[in-house]
Design a binder for this molecule. Sequence first.
Ligand SMILES: [Fe+2]
Ligand SMILES: [Fe+2]
Length: 361
Amino acid sequence: MAKQEPEELLELSSDTRSILDEHGLRPLWEVEEDFGHVFDDLQPDIWKWADMKAAIDHIEEDVPIADLPPGFQRRVTVPINTGMNNAISNTIYVGVQTVSPGETAPSHRHGANALRFTIDGHEDMKTVVAGEEFPMLDNDLVTTPQWEWHDHVNDSDKTVAWLDVLDLPLILDSLNSSNVFENHVLERQPVTKTEGYWDSQYGRTRPANETRDGSIPGPFEGVREPTPPYRFRWEDTLETLRQREENDQLDPHDGYSLAYVNPATGHPPLFPTMSFRAQLLNDGPTDPHFHNATEVFFVIEGSGATHVDGEALEWGKWDIFVVPPGAPHHHDPDDEAILLAITDRPVFEAFNFYAEAEPSE
Ligand SMILES: [Fe+2]
Ligand SMILES: [Fe+2]
């Protein structure tokens, strides 16, 4: 019998083909090519603050929050990655939200984890979470964790803007899970805690004689310690950055880099699905590296460029940009700059699948 060529071995008889087709089956070697192409490859991309500001200002003029469809009363403009139609990446979602003076984004809760990073804030702009009012001053980070009631109440005299960050595409698309969602019966949830309550419970002293049952809020189960409602004041984060700058060596890839910790554990990640860093860059270009996690950046202060796969993303204050998985990148600040970094790295680490390296010359 003549030796068969490999291609001939892959030839299937019409009988085989019709059995496969009829029963919803495919041979592995044909399926293999389709792995990793459910989404088009993520692209490095940048959204300039001036453009996002123009968009949210116009949307604010056109649409009061009260006119938005019940169930999703949030006035947000969303950066969309090329190749996707709902988010900046297939794991992380960011958006820029505004609330006008006197408006409330009504109380609701959901399965997705979320946080707010204040862009242009005011002490009378409050995000209310789990019974406590958290003031939103510039660059404060406020968690609105899984299944906690949250509403955004603007009692100030100016429009306030902030960055929303959620794990929505991971939950809704990658895991194909519905976002369990509920509206509060009241527009504003009752304020039942004094200001500073949640912060006070996660400090150097903690409740004694109170055994936590380890349960996770809502209809969920898991092994991670739930993230509490919490406000990371910018003045504290900045002080920690300055102390590091004064006393310590910087990281070659990320500058002086602080991870926001889950206050319940004292360790990152802040959420099981997303980790956050404040990065101070002030010593010229960082060394290039790449990793299989996606990174989204928000520019807190300063200007510069991030070089991604040979493409320069030129950024200034309040711009948002995305570094796709596997793309070599380094930062080159003009002078001092501070970035908020958002990454899906904990998802990879949960499966022992995180990898990072420097490109070879
Ligand atoms: Fe929400
Ligand atoms: Fe990186």
